[in-house]
Each structure stands twice: as C-alpha cells, then as structure tokens.
Design a protein around this ligand. Structure first.
Ligand SMILES: NC(=O)c1ccc[n+]([C@@H]2O[C@H](COP(=O)([O-])OP(=O)(O)OC[C@H]3O[C@@H](n4cnc5c(N)ncnc54)[C@H](O)[C@@H]3O)[C@@H](O)[C@H]2O)c1
Length: 259
C-alpha cells in the first residue's frame, strides 16, 4: 500500500519496541515509510542494545530514550527530551503491557492482589500517565494510539487478568478521548488479533489459540503486525480526523464470530 507522505511533518513517539517482532516496531516502520519523524522509548537496560541496533539500522538518528512506565519520573524525562528536541508532538503509540506469567494460566479466580494491580498499572494506567504528561506537547492537535485485545470483551482461555486490564484500557481510551477532544487530540485503540511476539509467549497455550483463531476468521488467516500497522497509520493520519474514542478491530474479522 502506498502511504508515502501520509504522515509527513508529523513527529511521533513510539513506546513498546522490545525486538523486531514487536507490534510497535511494525508500526514504526510503517510510520517512517509514511514520512513521520520518530522517537522511541525502551523499557530499561535489558532492551536498550537490541532496540538501539534496530533503530540505528533502519531509522538512524532517531531519538531513543529509556522509559519504565511504572515511574512518573521516567515519563517526565521523556517529555523534557521531546520538548527540547522537537518542541511539539503529533502522535504517540502506546504498545506495551505486562502481567506476571503465573497469572496467564489457570483460573482467573486465583489472580493475586499483587498480580491484578501490576497488570493494571503497566497495561492500563500507563496510558493515562503517558497521556497526562504528553498532551501538553500536542499543541497542534494529535493522535494517541494504544493496543488492545479481544480478551477485554470475551473470555479467552488463560488471558485472565490481562483481559480485565484491557477492558480498563479501553474504558480509559474513551475517557481520555472525551477530555482531550476539545484540544484536537484523538485517542483510539487497535484491537489486534493474536500475533506471536515476546509478550504473547507469556500466555499459556498461545500457539493453540493461534490455530483456533486462524481456522475461524472470516478472512481465513491471522492478522499480522503489518496489518495492525496499516490501521495505526490511518489512526495517526488526518484520514481519521473524525475518529476518536474508538476500538478498531484488526483481526481479519474474528471478533464477529459466534460459536
Ligand atoms: N501479540 C498479540 O497477540 C497482541 C494482540 C493484541 C494486543 N497486543 C498488545 O500489543 C502491545 C504490544 O505487545 P507485543 O505483542 O508487540 O509484545 P512485545 O513484547 O514486543 O511488546 C511489549 C512491550 O511492553 C513493554 N513493557 C512491559 N512493561 C513495561 C514497563 N514497565 N515500562 C515500559 N515498557 C514496558 C516491553 O518492554 C515491550 O516492549 C501490548 O499492549 C499487547 O497487549 C498484543
């Protein structure tokens, strides 16, 4: 698809690249191809070298900053760097989540207090925190985008507390969209179908989930990270100027299927 120039002149922050399989990386590549200027955050030192190598190879010169979203001070430092470097921001992609591995199997009823709080802090509250600090930089209007999964709406075996955190994330999208709309800032989510990534591996029997979904999608295939990136380009671009507060499914239609 030729999206050349669709995002020309836009400065966009990408949060959540861990490696080349990350959905955030597919989005970054699509944004760069569409002419956007990008800055990246990585979670911590464990990810720095890998992300730096990827960025240096394909988008040399891009700003690269550490940001553990559980720390307000990290998010504030990112905002300070963006302010100094760019002075304005047109978009942000929040493509991150976390739950303890032991919460992503067995009974949801066995979720620990600590596991519930951690999943919600990293996977849902972080969108609110990022938006709170980033929106003042979006003085020319902007687009904030997050990634969600259908486990927020229906029970998906082993997705457990992450499904509940995604429901919170989607509700946060609506409240943020209402608050920030008057400033010309749109907030949306892409609900991606299952994709093999580092995080996905944490969900027990994820491969079985992939097979089950692939057999039943109306399009008879799985959506991949590049498919998600196409929707993300639309949501960052002026083509979606009247779209906010929405959750757009990019899953080859799986979400419409009943039994
Ligand atoms: N892979 C799927 O099947 C799928 C489907 C729908 C939605 N999603 C969502 O897409 C998003 C991206 O996940 P992915 O599948 O690309 O996996 P990924 O493992 O590549 O990305 C997850 C990212 O979250 C980051 N992260 C975790 N804790 C963090 C913290 N405290 N501070 C900062 N960053 C932190 C990790 O560093 C990593 O970059 C997530 O929100 C995920 O829930 C994934």
């Amino acid at each position: 698809m030729n999206t050349e120039k669709l995002l020309e002149g836009k400065k966009i922050l990408i949060m959540g690249v861990a490696n080349q399989r990350s959905i955030a990386w597919a989005i970054a590549k699509a944004y760069a191809a569409a002419g956007a200027e990008l800055a990246f955050t990585y979670q911590d030192d464990r990810f720095r070298d890998k992300v730096a190598r990827l960025v240096e190879k394909e988008m040399p010169g891009s700003l690269l900053l550490p940001c553990d979203v559980s720390k307000d001070s990290d998010i504030e430092a990112v905002v300070r760097s963006l302010q100094e470097e760019w002075g304005v921001l047109h978009g942000a992609v929040h493509s991150l989540a976390y739950a303890k591995k032991e919460e992503l199997e067995g009974m949801f009823a066995h979720t620990s207090r600590d596991g519930f709080l951690m999943a919600h802090e990293i996977s849902a509250y972080s969108l609110v925190a990022a938006s709170k600090y980033l929106y003042p930089l979006m003085s020319e209007g902007g687009s904030i985008l997050t990634l969600t999964f259908q486990g927020s709406e229906r029970v998906v075996t082993n997705y457990n507390v992450m499904g509940v955190a995604k429901a919170s994330l989607e509700a946060s999208v609506r409240y943020l969209a209402s608050d920030l709309g008057p400033l010309g800032i749109r907030v949306n989510a892409v609900s991606a179908g299952p994709i093999k990534t580092l995080s996905a591996k944490g969900v027990k029997d994820f491969n079985r989930l992939l097979t089950g979904v692939e057999e039943r999608t109306p399009l008879r295939r799985l959506a991949d990270a590049d498919d998600v990136a196409c929707t993300a380009v639309f949501l960052a671009s002026d083509l979606s100027c009247a779209v906010t507060g929405s959750v757009i499914h990019t899953d080859c239609g799986y979400h419409i299927m009943g039994t």
